[in-house]
Ligand binder design. Structure first.
Ligand code: APR
Length: 230
């Protein structure tokens, strides 16, 4: 049986594709703090603003291309059984060739009815405005997990982590829970690799293999080391 490589990714893996991270930049969008447009409160206060924010992000993601980091993870599928658990809402893992991708925080290219959260539509890079309705008459909203909302995909993600043989964390500051806590569900004796430009300020096990650098450079270099572990 192939070894199960579980990879938790964050905004840093898409940085070299030109998409902004959250906590590296000044965190502002048109003078709003990003947190202020990614909450249910923001949606109630100013839904036009929230739609505009996600329309902008949807367009930026659609215009971006997978980088060497995304592609290397896809290439590793010929050696490992790989599960990617991503906090990213872009689809660069899928477009890079990864076949098993779980989105913890939703997906930019999907929207759903405010009346029924299982009425979900794939919209590609289409822009959504107030007044665009689902079949049930509910306003369409981004299919995104906002701050303060439940993270429905966390349970399957926990199960995936429990069955990891190797765990890898790429390009996340590990500041946002419950995603940041997933590492606690991995078997205690497996190898853990962390790849980031900066060592995350999180409580990580002392035996992690930290590789400092850009994901698009480090992952291709690390590929052989990983293959040797089979
Ligand atoms: N290669 C590797 N790591 C990088 C690169 C790069 N080229 N560029 C930046 N990084 C690292 C940063 O050092 C940082 O540790 O990526 C991490 C990005 O961290 P955040 O901006 O906090 O993004 P993330 O951890 O994905 O945020 C989690 O917070 O805002 C919410 O829902 C949003 O999913 C997001 C969640």
């Amino acid at each position: 049986m192939r070894k199960h490589l579980v990879v938790l990714t964050g905004a840093g893996i898409s940085a070299e594709s030109g998409l902004k991270t959250f906590r590296d930049s000044d965190g502002l969008w048109e003078n709003h703090r990003v947190e202020d447009v990614a909450t249910p409160e923001a949606w109630h206060r100013d839904p036009h603003l929230v739609q505009r924010f996600y329309n902008m992000r949807r367009k930026a993601a659609a215009e971006a291309f997978p980088n060497e980091a995304h592609k290397t993870l896809a290439e590793l599928e010929s050696h490992f059984s790989i599960s990617v658990i991503t906090q990213n809402v872009d689809d660069l893992h899928e477009r890079g060739g990864s076949s098993k991708v779980l989105h913890l925080h939703g997906e930019l290219n999907k929207v759903r009815s405010v009346k029924n959260e299982s009425l979900i539509y794939e919209i590609g890079d289409r822009q959504i405005e107030m007044g665009d309705l689902a079949e049930d008459g509910g306003q369409l909203r981004p299919h995104i997990v906002w701050f303060g909302e439940a993270v429905p995909m966390i349970e399957p993600a926990v199960e995936i982590c429990r069955s990891a043989d190797i765990f890898m964390v790429v390009g996340t500051s590990l500041q946002v829970y419950p995603a940041a806590g997933l590492i606690d569900y991995t078997p205690y004796d497996i190898p853990v690799f962390v790849i980031d430009k900066k060592r995350p300020q999180a409580n990580l096990p002392s035996n992690i293999h930290f590789h400092q650098g850009a994901a698009g450079e480090v992952l291709p270099e690390l590929k052989e080391t990983l293959i040797q572990m089979i």
